[in-house]
Design a protein around this ligand. Structure first.
Ligand code: PBE
Length: 272
């Protein structure tokens, strides 16, 4: 399409019938549902997956069609496409989010070295982006991308494991969800736990299952909870049965995201 034609002067919001979401039961979908209610939106919230949502986004961008997706930062798609967060004056999707590390009760007493590493693990958005873009752009396995980041950030990793005692014949199980952000952090921590001598099992589950498994002690730790808003419903339900070690990354963000070419700027512009 050439610029300035009639099609571009139409109201994109009127054409929006759905918000393309991700996995049901994710923190993202929970807060998206609350947002639909709070803003009284009359569109559908369509469950999907991170990968399927992103292909719909790409398809819409190719044909310059209106689309609204649930998306978050850090995410490589902001590098590949011109996207904008819709303003969220009610902040139902959260303002600034931190990703918390959580462990099972008893881990500190029973497996102190793993506990200490999980407690020490902290990195920046830039670091997570490096691991994610490595497995996204260069098509390397997440584990390999994590190993490369560790190699390039040896001093930082050494600071996490300084004074932690190595172990033998011990197993640690981490739960994670199949999202690039969590795949990146979980693979980095898994490799460092292996350096400490652990056999590490990574278990990919839905977010609700991860909280449940951690609260019952079936898994030892997880690095997936976005707070204060994203995972709040699960956190409120399970907080008395799990140990929150605080943020491993700060300054993340969730929202309803649209391509820059769309003529809306706020969730309040969506059909009600
Ligand atoms: N996410 C990606 C997850 C965490 C990371 C924002 C989709 C969620 O909280 O649902």
């Amino acid at each position: 399409e050439t610029s300035g034609n009639a099609a571009e002067e139409t109201n994109d919001a009127a054409e929006i019938e759905e918000i393309v979401g991700i996995e049901p039961g994710s923190g993202t979908m929970n807060i998206a549902e609350e947002t639909m209610e709070e803003y009284d939106l009359s569109v559908e919230l369509t469950p999907s997956s991170e990968a399927a949502m992103l292909s719909e986004l790409e398809r819409a961008i190719e044909s310059q069609e209106p689309i609204v997706v649930t998306l978050w930062q850090p995410h490589w798609s902001f590098r590949e496409h011109d996207l904008k967060f819709l303003e969220d004056p009610k902040e139902t999707l959260g303002a600034s989010e931190n990703i918390h590390t959580m462990v099972r009760e008893g881990l500190e007493d029973e497996q102190i070295s793993a506990y200490q590493l999980l407690d020490n693990f902290y990195w920046e958005i830039e670091d997570m982006n490096k691991v994610m873009s490595n497995f996204r752009d260069d098509d390397v396995e997440p584990r390999e991308a994590a190993a490369e980041w560790i190699e390039n950030n040896r001093d930082e990793v050494d600071a996490w494991i300084e004074d932690i005692e190595a172990v033998e014949d011990e197993t640690i199980e981490l739960a994670y969800v199949n999202w690039d952000t969590e795949t990146a952090s979980t693979n980095v921590v898994a490799l460092v736990l292996e350096e400490l001598g652990y056999d590490v099992e990574l278990t990919m589950v839905d977010m609700g299952v991860a909280f449940q498994a951690l609260s019952s002690g079936d898994v030892d730790g997880m690095l997936i909870a976005w707070l204060p808003v994203g995972a709040a419903s699960y956190y409120e339900e399970y907080q008395d049965e799990i140990v929150d070690l605080g943020p491993n990354l700060e300054g993340a963000q969730q929202g309803f995201v649209v391509p820059e070419y769309m003529d809306i700027d706020s969730i309040e512009d969506l059909p009600t």
